[in-house]
Ligand binder design. Structure first.
Ligand SMILES: [Zn+2]
Ligand SMILES: [Zn+2]
Length: 332
């Protein structure tokens, strides 16, 4: 099969011919139809995040936003049949027995395997995975539309779930790009009033299309409204500073975007306003199923641009040069 392979950190991916994986007992072989390119893929390839650098298995096939079709089922698999539409997220497997797995917080499992990091992912024609962590894709969703929901969508979905705003509450989304435009749609779906904040007018236009009721270009120095929830999808410290200052008393900061530098937060301001800080790491399988169902009903749709799998090395290079806007999905 064709695959894009990372052989060493900070090196470009190489397109190669690899043996097709064989599904073992309890595993499925998926024929990849679409695989989203996530910013984490670039950070993994560059070795930017220490926690991941230590566990990245090399060589590895990256990619953890996988949508495809079951090609073959290993011994003992009864939950899927060849031909079923299904995908695979960041969480390749979890132990199923630790306090986090049992307590509905499986993204925190210390014995997890990570797709495209500790095991081969979806920048390939085929990928194998434990049937327990493969998720069905509703018929109403195309593969390209489904793929980015497996990480980008799931991450903001869980973040909002954790913060749990009530209908009618005000939400500001800082950064209306790949994650932000999904956060806007999901906040709308919860019945919230959404303000989008960005530096770029084209991103604000996308935010408007996604249902944001008010748009703020922070480059123009416009005054921010006071909100119950500030969801920061931009990986920028100034965005966090604006977000914290936009919170009403009792408000919640939702941490999604990851700047390399620490976020300065005043304890006095936190205490004075009884502010909460919420974060989330991808999401659970149950949340992914809920999100795919919401998307099948039309409540959320990721804007994607499709490219051929062979272009994977080039796409990561463009991403590292900041030349990618929106979500790229690779198609074998
Ligand atoms: Zn991701
Ligand atoms: Zn566990």
């Amino acid at each position: 099969m064709k695959a894009a392979v990372l052989h060493a950190l900070k090196q470009p991916l190489r397109m190669e011919e690899m043996p097709r994986p064989q599904p073992g007992p309890g595993e499925l072989l998926l024929r990849v139809r679409a695989c989203g390119v996530c910013h984490s893929d670039l950070h993994v390839a560059e070795g930017d995040w220490e926690a991941l650098r230590k566990i990245t298995r090399l060589p590895v096939i990256p990619g953890h936003e996988i949508a495809g079709v079951v090609e073959a089922a290993g011994e003992g698999v009864t939950s899927f049949q060849p031909g079923d539409r299904a995908g695979l997220p960041w969480l390749y497997s979890t132990c199923g027995e630790c306090e986090y797995c049992l307590g509905g917080r499986e993204p925190l499992c210390a014995r997890q395997q990570i797709t495209g990091v500790t095991v081969d992912g979806g920048y390939a024609e085929f990928v194998k995975a434990p049937a327990s962590h493969v998720i069905r894709i509703p018929a109403a969703l195309s593969f390209a539309d489904a793929a980015p929901l497996f990480c980008a969508g799931l991450t903001v979905f869980r973040a909002l779930n954790q913060a749990d705003p009530r209908p009618g509450q005000s939400v500001a989304v800082f950064g209306a790009g790949g994650l932000g435009h999904l956060a806007i749609q999901l906040a709308k779906a919860r019945g919230c009033e959404v303000t989008a904040v960005d530096l770029a007018d084209d991103k604000l236009e996308l935010a408007r299309e996604c249902g944001a009721g008010s748009l703020i270009n922070s480059a123009a120095g416009a005054k921010l409204p006071r909100v119950d929830l500030a969801v920061v999808c931009a990986g920028s410290v100034p965005a966090y500073q604006s977000a914290i200052s936009s919170l009403r008393r009792g408000g919640t900061l939702v941490v999604v975007g990851m700047p390399a530098d620490p976020i300065p937060i005043s304890a006095i301001k936190l205490v004075g306003g009884e502010l909460r800080i919420i974060s989330s790491a991808v999401g659970t399988r149950a949340e992914l199923r809920q999100l795919l169902e919401l998307a099948a009903q039309g409540a959320v749709r990721c804007r994607v641009a499709t490219r051929r799998l062979e272009e994977a090395p080039h796409v990561l290079e463009e991403m590292s040069g900041g030349r990618i806007t929106g979500r790229v999905v690779l198609e074998p």
